[in-house]
Each structure stands twice: as C-alpha cells, then as structure tokens.
Design a protein around this ligand. Structure first.
Ligand SMILES: C[S@@+](CC[C@H](N)C(=O)[O-])C[C@H]1O[C@@H](n2cnc3c(N)ncnc32)[C@H](O)[C@@H]1O
Length: 264
C-alpha cells in the first residue's frame, strides 16, 4: 500500500513478520532515472550523512520490534553508507545477533579508470535472537572435482583416514558471496523502476530465512520485487512505499498486467 513506512510500521503489531527485506535509498546524493525520465528516485540528504542515519535509525527500530522471535532482517546497502549501516544495526539489533554480510557481486557497464570497479552491494543479515532464528541451508552449484578419485559409479571422492569422503550430491553449501546478474536492459523482469533488484536475489533470501506461509515484509517495496518473489515461494507478504508510482507499478506487476520495460 502507499504509505510513509515509519507511520505504517508503527501501526503494526509486535512480532508479525518472519523476514524483513529493506532496500532503502543508498545515500548516493543522486536522482536515479529510468525510462527517459518516466521513473525517478531522489536520494538526496540535506542533513548529510547524519540526516540519512537519523532517517534509518527509527525505521530499523520498528523493524526490530516487528520481527518474530525466529525473525531475520536483511538490510541492503552499498559502499556509500554500508559501513555506517552496520554500526547502526549493531546498536539496534545487538552485535551478537549479526548473521551475515552478504556480498552481491554483479557486472554492469562502465569501467572505472582511477580505482577498481565498484561492482557489489552488501546485504547485512541480523537475527531478532541469534540461535532461535530460522535458517534453511541452501546448496547450489558444483564442487571442484578435478584431481579427485572416482568410484565405480563415477562419483568423485577424497581418500581420508576415515575412508572415502563423498561430496553432497546437492552441491556445495552457499557462502556469503553471491554472483547474480543485474537485470539486463532487455530482461523480461525489468519494470523500468530505478534501483529494481533481481527476483533471484530476493528469492534466495526468502528461501533461506523463511518457510511457506510465513510473512515476508518490505517497507521500501519499489517495483514490488519482494512480494513477487514471496508469492512464488508460497509466503504471505506485507509491503508499502511512499511513492504512488511505485505502488501502482507493484500492483500491476503482481496482477500480471505489466509489460516488461526492456521490450518495445
Ligand atoms: C531502492 S528503492 C527499492 C527498490 C525495490 N527493492 C525494487 O526491487 O524495486 C527504495 C524505495 O523506497 C521508497 N521509500 C524511500 N523512503 C521511504 C519512506 N520513508 N517510506 C516508504 N517508502 C520509502 C522509495 O520510494 C523507493 O521506491
């Protein structure tokens, strides 16, 4: 729904969310434009960094209150303010409740000439209560098996003192560096909304930190990526954005009446 998120969250009961994904403005100091100016997103902070952090702090406090005992928060930022964001999370959630700093690595156009290309975002993951939180281990990809022995069925193994060590057939456990492509200009998923994130990225978080029928919330919902991914995974969702355009776009996306912005 269309709402300023602090007011919206304040009206919700304690502990009503299993997972909150937060993708706020990144403190870029720019206005982000897509679709020949049809969609813009202002990220300016007259109070500077202090003003930005004063914006984030009460919202993170509300998110902490809204999480169930098993709940988890994922805060998505980049180099502009991620280091301050983490300190804020330590303050609000407690240093001990830190779970992960996920590095989302991607390739987009543009080559940096004066430093290495800045091609990753950071997603900080904090539990409401570490140890009591939900986590579904994810396995993806393949093991490096060059140089290993193979048994009669062709399965690779390592010889250890305890005998043969086989690899998990489901692949290696995911770590905290995720290589997921940015939405390309012709992606069918592309809505034309600035700062839209790939569903694959958010789906991974949802699958890891919630179960079917759990409530997944996004109070900076933009084009509706989180509800779209949540619905596909059988989760319930709760979402708001202060932009009328965003909410209209997200509604059309969820009703299946949106034409991909990447195609003419
Ligand atoms: C980075 S975008 C989110 C993009 C989204 N994850 C997606 O995939 O489309 C941030 C969103 O937060 C919204 N926003 C910023 N401040 C807000 C506030 N105080 N209350 C509600 N929405 C807010 C903006 O309108 C914008 O749509």
């Amino acid at each position: 729904m269309r709402a300023e998120n602090l007011a919206f969250m304040t009206g919700l009961p304690d502990g009503c969310c299993q997972l909150i994904y937060a993708d706020p403005p990144f403190f870029t100091g720019r206005t982000h434009v897509r679709g020949n100016g049809a969609q813009t997103l202002a990220d300016h902070w007259p109070g500077g960094l202090g003003g930005y952090l004063e914006f984030l702090r009460p919202r993170l406090r509300q998110m902490h209150r809204l999480l169930a005992d098993t709940g988890v928060l994922c805060l998505h930022l980049d180099w502009h303010a991620s280091h301050y964001g983490r300190v804020l999370l330590d303050e609000v959630f407690g240093y001990a409740n830190f779970l992960n700093e996920i590095v989302w690595s991607y390739r987009t156009g543009g080559v940096a000439r004066a430093w290495f290309g800045r091609k990753h975002d950071t997603i900080f993951v904090y539990a409401r209560r570490i140890g009591g939180h939900k986590f579904n281990l994810r396995r993806e990809g393949t093991f490096r098996t060059d140089g290993l022995n193979h048994d009669e069925q062709g399965r690779p193994y390592k010889n250890t003192r305890a005998g043969r060590l086989y690899f998990n057939a489901a692949g290696p456990a995911l770590t905290d560096v995720w290589d997921i492509p940015f939405l390309s200009t012709v992606s069918l998923e592309r809505t034309g909304y600035p700062a839209q994130k790939p569903e694959a990225l958010i789906a991974r978080l949802i699958a890891a930190f919630s179960d079917e029928n759990d409530v997944v919330a996004d109070f900076f919902v933009g084009s509706g990526t989180t509800p779209a991914a949540a619905r596909k995974l059988g989760r319930r969702f709760l979402a708001c954005d202060r932009s009328d355009k965003a909410v209209r776009l997200a509604r059309r996306r969820l009703s299946g009446t949106l034409r991909p912005a990447g195609r003419s």
